[in-house]
Write a protein that binds this ligand. Structure first.
Ligand SMILES: *[C@@H]1O[C@H](CO)[C@@H](O)[C@H](O)[C@H]1NC(C)=O
Ligand SMILES: *[C@@H]1O[C@H](CO)[C@@H](O)[C@H](O)[C@H]1NC(C)=O
Length: 345
């Protein structure tokens, strides 16, 4: 989720025309609904049933939770119109990676009890653990869970959530390339996902590169406020940074021989406080609402223009148990009174 200053410097070297490879894409345009992440790192959060009612009142039909929280899953019973992405906790991966029996046990405990009345659509194995020391644990768990849902014929997609730190290079987008460690840990995961055409989930935050260099990066480019092409990359023109990040990831996958795998933006957002005038409710609201419009428009990215961008905003509430500063201020809603921090829905 973070860009190093070095990467940012590279990001703003002048644009080099590198490739003239056109992407052949299907002619289907898919409009999507925006999803919301439901984080629970707060000690002042409303009860889950109130939160589900909030989702219903604003028309949210997709949510992501970071672990199989029993209170939240119980509150979701009967609300099958809400598709739920459930995370396997990072700290559970070690035990699951070495035993298919342990994976079956995890599923029986954490998923099975809800299958009849909760619409669980995705299970994500770890959150941003690739690339990293426990990254290699993702693949075996993914294989076991994929086998399990396949043998049971369950309509649940098994995937993982990764960050943009997998890219050693991301500018211009066509130069997108994974780091050596990511090639080792992520490429086999992408190949496995390709076999079932299951999306890879990627967290993408234009806020971080913007906040590291607000002088050279235009706020309008970072927040979808301009239609003007700011970055020209061969035949592809970019008027917003999210599309550029998305396409950098597509290019990096393509270099690993993974060409048509769907990518879902599992997290994006903008803090409404914590970093002076770069993080106001107005800017955060504009970014989030513009991302939502991008998703519902069904408009793709320059490299994949016909398949639409699907994604989840981070996050439902400001979470006071996260590190102080911007990290506590990504929420769309105030947890104590459930009032919106800015007008969006
Ligand atoms: C379950 O959620 C998915 C994703 O949001 C949705 O497409 C599907 O229609 C939902 N299922 C039901 C029974 O509503
Ligand atoms: C923040 O304040 C600085 C100093 O006044 C100004 O140069 C900059 O344009 C402001 N940025 C935003 C996003 O308002």
């Amino acid at each position: 989720m973070l860009y190093s200053p070095k990467k940012l410097f590279l990001l703003f070297l002048s644009c080099i025309v590198m490739n003239f490879i056109y992407n052949k894409s299907s002619l289907v345009t898919a409009a999507n609904n925006i999803g919301l992440n439901y984080g629970l790192l707060g000690d002042n959060l409303p009860p889950p049933s109130n939160v589900i009612n909030l989702y219903k009142s604003i028309g949210i039909t997709k949510i992501r939770i970071f672990d199989p929280n029993t209170e939240v899953l119980n509150a979701l019973r009967g609300h099958r119109d809400i598709g739920v992405t459930v995370g396997v906790k990072d700290q559970d991966l070690a035990a699951l990676a070495v035993s298919e029996e342990a994976v079956k046990g995890w599923f029986a405990t954490n998923i099975e009890p809800y299958l009849a009345d909760v619409n669980i659509t995705f299970i994500t194995i770890g959150n941003e653990v690739i690339p990293g020391p426990i990254g290699p644990q993702v693949l075996p768990v993914m294989q076991s869970l994929t086998n399990l849902v396949k043998s049971r014929n369950l309509p649940i997609s098994i995937t993982t959530v990764v960050s943009m730190s997998n890219l050693g290079q991301s500018y211009p987008p066509s130069a997108g390339m994974f780091t050596a460690q990511s090639r080792e840990q992520l490429t086999p995961v992408l190949k496995l996902l390709s076999q079932t055409n299951t999306p890879i989930l990627v967290n993408m935050y234009p806020y971080f590169p913007y906040a590291s260099d607000p002088v050279n990066i235009h706020l309008d480019y970072a927040t979808f406020k301009t239609e003007t092409v700011v970055v020209q990359d061969g035949p592809l023109g970019y008027s917003n940074m999210l599309d550029a990040m998305f396409d950098a990831f597509l290019w990096a996958m393509e270099k690993e021989g993974v060409k048509d795998l769907p990518v879902v933006v599992s997290e994006t957002g903008w803090p409404s406080a914590g970093n002076g005038n770069l993080t106001t409710p107005d800017i955060a609201g504009a970014y989030n609402d513009n991302f939502r419009k991008h998703v519902v428009s069904g408009k793709g990215t320059p490299k994949r223009p016909n398949s639409g961008v699907d994604g989840f905003l981070f996050a439902t509430f400001n979470e006071n148990l996260k590190p102080a500063g911007t990290e506590q201020n990504f929420g769309l809603y105030n947890p104590t009174d459930m009032k919106p921090i800015y007008k969006m829905f």
